[in-house]
Write a protein that binds this ligand. Structure first.
Ligand code: MG
Length: 392
């Protein structure tokens, strides 16, 4: 398939930190994607929470299935816009590699623990995973991915961390946060595909868990309009099929909206190549009307699902686990795996970072087991099974 002039072209990649000979049959971004799929951090995503904890039910999204959904949506849109599908897939599959166990709760707690030691940002952690923490190659740490994939993985970054990155890698992935430019269009697309994916699947998981009621969604036009449309055509439809069909239409509408709005933005801006697109305002976008609707849905999910008493309760336990693990490992580094224990030997910020890397890499269940081993407390099974009521 022919790429648009503003797509990232693997033949014109800014390259890898350590240069490598070309692969005989795969381009640079296909190779990045393959390295990500074979990484240890990628396999761990299956046991990491998206919103619901991993033990709460077998049908809820995990970070792995979420990442695959983001890749699917991203690739569909990329194909329609003649952007680079391979790059979109690589970024989408890697975008959550740095997430801690227990979703945002774990991340907030780890950030708190790291406050005096440079903080913890999950996007930066995803970059650390692919740049430094994966141990697969004889000659170097990390996966040695292409600039464009790494640029997409680093979705957000504080100014302070961008300065540190820039000092290590001048003109590298930290630069755009200092000079206020955008990442390539494929990276912008992954951001939006991420939002479309979680908005949709959180409705699905929320309703199937029993924490959200379909009636509550009446106030959310992005969902309700399609539910009405489905009921207009299938008046008898209810339960799971009504939910899935409404979500399916909602997803399609957002995908087509992004394609149309982005085409119009590209038409206006006329970027001559990928770098010209980086200098424009964000070009991969929703229409204004869809942006408002998506924001309203996000607000609804925040108020009604992410702040649901039962989610908050498990959130607090998750934070306790992360905080207590952090304290124990900092005090007794030998309780960690050898490589991390060695890094933590001399105390200070380096020790705290080693502990944060170790905890961030954990799956939910490994963190829970370690917490029980080290503190003798078992917190995790309080809600096991209680949110697993599927919609009939
Ligand atoms: Mg995500």
């Amino acid at each position: 398939m022919t790429l648009a002039p503003y797509a990232c072209d693997p033949e014109r990649s800014r390259g890898r930190i350590r240069s490598e000979p070309r692969a005989p049959t795969r381009n640079a971004f296909q190779r990045d994607r393959d390295r990500i799929v074979h990484s240890t951090a990628f396999r761990r995503l299956v046991y990491k929470t998206q919103v619901f904890l991993n033990h709460e039910g077998d049908l809820f999204r995990t970070r792995l299935t979420h990442s695959i959904e983001v890749a699917q949506l991203g690739r569909s849109i990329a194909r329609a816009l003649a952007l680079n599908e391979d790059l979109v897939e690589a970024i989408a599959l890697a975008h959550d590699l740095g997430h801690t166990p227990f979703g945002h709760a774990g991340q907030d707690a780890l950030n708190e623990c790291m406050r005096a030691h440079g903080g913890f940002e999950h996007n930066l952690q995803s970059l650390r995973v692919v740049d430094e923490l994966e141990e697969r190659y004889p000659e170097h740490d990390g996966l040695n991915l292409s600039f464009e994939t790494r640029e997409g993985i680093l979705k957000h970054c504080s100014r302070r961390n961008a300065e540190l990155l820039e000092a290590r890698e001048p003109g590298g992935v930290g630069r755009r946060f200092l000079d206020g430019t955008q990442p390539g269009l494929e990276a912008q697309l992954c951001n939006l595909a991420d939002e479309i994916a979680y908005n949709a699947h959180d409705i699905d998981d929320g309703v199937r868990s029993g924490l959200l009621q379909l009636e509550q969604l009446r106030d959310v036009p992005l969902f309700e309009d399609f539910r009405q449309q489905v009921l207009g055509q299938h008046p008898q439809l209810q339960g799971r099929r009504l939910l899935y069909e409404s979500i399916r239409r909602m997803l399609s509408a957002q995908v087509y909206d992004v394609i149309d709005a982005t085409r119009a933005a590209l038409e206006d801006a006329q970027p001559v190549d990928a770098d010209a697109a980086r200098r424009c305002p964000p070009l991969v976008r929703f229409s204004e009307a869809m942006r408002d609707q998506s924001t309203a849905l996000k607000r609804f999910l925040f108020a009604n699902l992410y702040r649901h008493a039962q989610v908050i309760d498990t959130t607090q336990q998750a934070q306790q686990v992360v905080r207590e693990l952090f304290a124990v490992y900092l005090e007794s580094p030998a309780e960690m795996q050898t490589g991390f224990a060695t890094r933590a030997q001399h105390g200070g910020d380096a020790a705290a970072r080693a502990v944060a890397d170790y905890i961030a890499g954990m799956t939910d269940r490994f963190a829970a087991r370690e917490h029980e081993r080290l503190t003798g407390q078992r917190l995790w099974l309080v809600h096991a099974g209680t949110v697993d009521r599927a919609v009939e």
